[in-house]
Design a protein around this ligand. Structure first.
Ligand code: KIV
Length: 275
């Protein structure tokens, strides 16, 4: 089994092969999605919303990201592992960005970092890449900017926003990013960015013509009933399956039907002594 590197990801774009990316936050999911053959695993700061239960990604810390990425790294054998830099781990200064990106790689087992922003973070991207740490950029709807954007909204529908997104895409490529996530960008604009850039684009809510796609694993698996996102395709209803299993367990315990003999240890039968 050949380990996926940033060179493979670029070669996939060059060959016109779609790139697959999924999030994971712990050993179990890291192991499962890796065994399925996903190309890139992102330990997203979406850990805040789907694992910790907070309202947005802003409270997530470096320590938490390192903790979760280490778990995923233990389960992952093949996929390229990307560490999502949390809010205020790279925005303060280029020095802070370098220090935390270095720490992410050194302490978590990831091979690349992701950070949000375009022209505004180009200098930080260049400085991190200059330390030989690969950077995945993220433009469009950038959840760490939720308060500036006034909510989680599609970005790039107006002419001014469109121009800005094209400039952001060019800036992150020029800064040395190896790929860029396009989140909630209109499909036509995402296609135009994908055409203009040499590096791969990974879309989420940005249409079919990106070089690859990413989803949050909890959304794909249908783990929540109260998280309805229009661009997500739910491939299975695990919430329903889990509820069914747990309710059955509760019922069997209460009725005395579990544990059965096959789930029970017994004393060894006493050896008979010959007379
Ligand atoms: O944090 C995350 O999961 C992400 C993906 C949605 C791209 O940034």
């Amino acid at each position: 089994m050949k380990k996926v590197t940033i060179l493979d990801v670029q070669a996939m774009k060059d060959r016109g092969e779609k790139i697959t990316m999924l999030t994971a936050y712990d050993y179990a999911f890291g192991k499962i999605v890796d065994a399925c053959g996903v190309d890139i695993i992102l330990v997203g700061d979406s850990v805040g919303t789907v694992v910790q239960g907070v309202a947005n990604t802003l409270p997530v810390t470096m320590e938490e990201m390192i903790y979760h990425t280490r778990m995923v790294a233990r389960g992952r054998a093949r996929a390229l592992l990307v560490f999502d830099m949390p809010f205020m781990s790279y925005q303060e200064s280029v020095e802070q960005a370098r220090r935390n990106a270095g720490r992410a790689i050194k302490e978590s087992g990831a091979e690349a970092v992701k950070l949000e922003g375009g022209e505004n973070v180009a200098e930080a991207i260049a400085a991190i890449v200059n330390m030989d740490v690969p950077v995945m950029a993220h433009i469009g709807l950038t959840p760490q900017s939720v308060h500036r954007m006034g909510g989680f909204k599609v970005q790039g529908r107006e002419a001014k926003q469109r121009k800005k997104l094209l400039a952001d895409a060019k800036a992150v490529e020029d800064a040395g990013a190896f790929a860029v996530v396009l989140e909630c960008v209109p499909a036509e604009l995402a296609a135009e960015i994908t055409r203009r850039l040499k590096i791969p684009t990974i879309g989420i809510g940005s249409g079919i013509r990106c070089d690859g796609q990413v989803l949050v694993i909890h959304d794909l698996l249908g783990l929540y009933t109260d998280r309805k996102i229009s661009f997500v395709k739910q491939y299975v209803n695990l919430n329903q399956a889990i509820v069914k299993a747990v309710v059955t367990y509760l019922d069997e315990v209460r009725r005395g039907a579990f544990p059965g003999k096959e789930h029970t240890f017994f004393m060894k039968p006493k050896k008979r002594t010959k007379k």
